[in-house]
Design a protein around this ligand. Structure first.
Ligand code: HEC
Length: 164
């Protein structure tokens, strides 16, 4: 008796789970009551967790995928302390500081950074390394093209100024 009731009660649950389209590993053999309850909870949790995520993914991505304008683009002059140092600190200093900086190039402060900068010169090592195709370009954590362009313009257009 008890087994019959269990057996019939499991089938509708499975059917509804499949219809909704959630991935639920079938319980396989004849499940005991705890397993049925557990798999049901897992199935419901899975549905609840998955559906909102797919719903919100589409509306969110168009607004985020548009190119994010950098506030400093082409208007305000760029300088090391307010504009460039924060980028270097987050993306470069972790490797380029300390007693043994990577590439034997410290970026711990302005004077150290300037070792690979020739003000006004687009062929400065710092510029060539950070442009697309350069070996350091990949380390810009966000907005790579924008940050690479900021570094280039800082060196070339603003003579690698220390401050504004
Ligand atoms: C994961 C560690 C790491 C990070 C992060 C990193 N670098 Fe480097 N960097 C290296 C290594 C290793 C070298 C030497 C190999 C090479 O030149 O590609 C190097 C070399 C350089 C050089 C050439 C130094 C010289 O005179 O030969 C420059 C300039 C440079 N990095 C700038 C940067 C900038 C700017 C950033 C941040 C956007 C950055 N690096 C992030 C590891 C790193």
């Amino acid at each position: 008796m008890g087994k019959d009731v269990l057996g019939t009660s499991v089938v509708p649950f499975r059917a509804s789970v499949v219809r909704v389209g959630c991935r639920v590993a079938s319980a396989g053999g004849p499940p005991g009551l705890p397993i049925v309850a557990l798999s049901l909870v897992v199935a419901l949790a899975g549905c609840v967790a998955v559906q909102p995520a797919t719903d919100t993914a589409n509306p969110a991505s168009p607004s985020l995928s548009t190119s994010t304008p950098t506030p400093t683009t082409s208007t305000a002059p760029l300088a090391y302390t307010p504009d460039i140092a924060p980028i270097f600190v987050s993306d470069c200093v972790p490797c380029h500081a300390g007693s043994r900086p990577q590439g034997n190039y410290s970026m711990a402060n302005y004077a150290a950074v300037m070792r690979d900068v020739s003000p006004g010169n687009a062929n400065s090592v710092l510029v060539t390394k950070t442009q697309s195709g350069g070996s350091m370009y990949r380390y810009f954590s966000v907005d790579r093209a924008g940050r690479a362009d900021m570094v280039r313009r800082w060196v070339v257009n603003y003579q690698a100024a220390a401050s504004r």
